[in-house]
Design a protein around this ligand. Structure first.
Ligand code: FFO
Ligand code: ATP
Length: 350
């Protein structure tokens, strides 16, 4: 099957082009997600012709030069309202958009140069958009009715616990949810998995995060019971590097066997696999390192599954993408699993 992570963005661009919303004159691009995703999508995956272009800066430059739509066509800001209508964004979804992407006011955009160079300074406007989106999602989470939250927590955890891809996983990384951060609850998931190892098989090995420093560095340590966890300065439960018997805990980066599943937290997600974290870069850094390790050892890459409340699922193009962002393979929502990548589709087919 031909797979293009960003195909949908291209389709949106094509749709806008057809509907006369795209003009030949450069101006601020309203749906910057389309631009970013197209550029990074091309840089990371494929050209519009479907050729795998790889990830090098040279490939990125080539991919962008192969994409005249990115260079020549920009959405005129006067078309904003019409565009949002056509993309069928609800007023609520519009409020989740960074200010610079809303239909009123003048859209502020990072230039194509910043996307091409991947320069942190140049990417500032995109990080600013991430910051605004985080703040809006936090507000939406805060406004969530507690009984709805509890219903969604249960639904998501039940879906995971009953899923064949979860049942069959042998070694997994999961986050320890923090209620103050209004994260999808993982306490039942973790405690049931630790308490009830399958009678007919091996118990799963579970690794959970521990923040090492403020430089986006976290490790994943093996735990065997919930009592292994103690609250850190951010009030998130995490394991000490040494267990109660004074033994060093196993670090997932040092195990001889691969993990097959990673359950990820986040603030916002979309159906093309984008994930907006809390801005520390901890997960993106960890994922990059683990994926490199798996590649070097010829291991199968773990399935990346994010857990998401309904209000955290954004329309495509809303979550800005920066070069280090790692896309997820699937989402688990209260209404079910959304497989995204070929690996997700393959593992989660019903
Ligand atoms: N449960 C859980 N554990 C985790 C993460 C996570 O997102 N969830 N992490 C994932 O990285 C790492 C820790 N990173 C964190 C980053 C920010 C905040 C936090 O409290 N953020 C506040 C805003 C703080 C501010 O902006 O000053 C917030 O999001 O409301 C917590 C943990 C490792 N462990
Ligand atoms: N693989 C990486 N290597 C180095 N720095 C990184 C990496 N991934 C992210 N960062 C840096 O971390 C910071 C936060 O990035 P970003 O806003 O994308 O984080 P996030 O995706 O919200 O957080 P998280 O990854 O913890 O969920 C940025 O300065 C970014 O450049």
């Amino acid at each position: 099957m031909f797979w293009d992570w960003e195909g949908r963005s291209w389709r949106i661009l094509a749709l806008m082009s057809k509907s006369g919303l795209l003009q030949g004159k450069p101006t601020n691009l309203l749906v910057n997600g389309c631009q970013n995703s197209a550029a990074f999508g091309l840089a990371n995956h494929r050209s519009p012709a479907g050729v795998d272009v790889g990830r090098s800066p040279k490939a990125r430059r080539w991919a962008i030069s192969e994409a005249p739509m990115i260079r020549n066509y920009k959405v005129l800001s006067s078309a904003a309202n019409s565009l949002f209508n056509r993309l069928a964004l609800s007023p609520f979804q519009q409020t989740l958009l960074p200010l610079s992407c809303r239909s009123s006011g003048s859209p502020k955009m990072a230039s194509n140069e910043s996307i091409k160079s991947g320069n942190e300074e140049q990417l500032k406007p995109i990080f600013e958009q991430k910051r605004v989106l985080r703040s809006n999602v936090r507000k939406a989470l805060k406004a969530m009715d507690p009984s709805l939250r509890s219903h969604e927590d249960n639904a998501i955890q039940s879906i995971v616990l009953e899923a064949p891809w979860f049942k069959s996983s042998q070694r997994l990384c999961a986050y320890v949810s923090c209620s103050a951060l209004r994260e999808v609850d993982t306490s039942r998931l973790l405690s049931e998995t630790l308490q009830h190892p399958p009678k007919d098989g091996y118990p799963k090995k579970i690794y959970v995060p521990r923040v090492e420093d403020k430089n986006s560095h976290m490790r994943m340590f093996n735990i065997s019971r919930m009592d292994d966890l103690i609250a850190n300065s951010m009030n998130i439960l995490e394991p000490a590097p040494v267990d109660g018997d004074g033994n060093q805990r196993e670090d997932v980066m040092q195990t001889k066997d691969p993990i097959d599943l990673l359950l990820l937290p986040g603030l916002a997600f979309d159906k093309s696999g984008r994930r907006l974290g809390r801005g520390g870069g901890y997960y993106d850094t960890f994922l990059k390192n683990y994926q490199e390790l798996a590649k070097a050892r010829n291991w199968k890459q773990p399935l990346l599954v994010a857990l998401s409340y309904s209000v955290q699922i954004m329309d495509e193009g809303i979550i800005p993408l920066t070069p280090n962002d790692v896309l997820v393979d699937a989402l688990v929502t209260p209404s079910g699993v959304i497989p995204i990548s070929p690996a997700g589709l393959d593992k989660m087919k019903v």
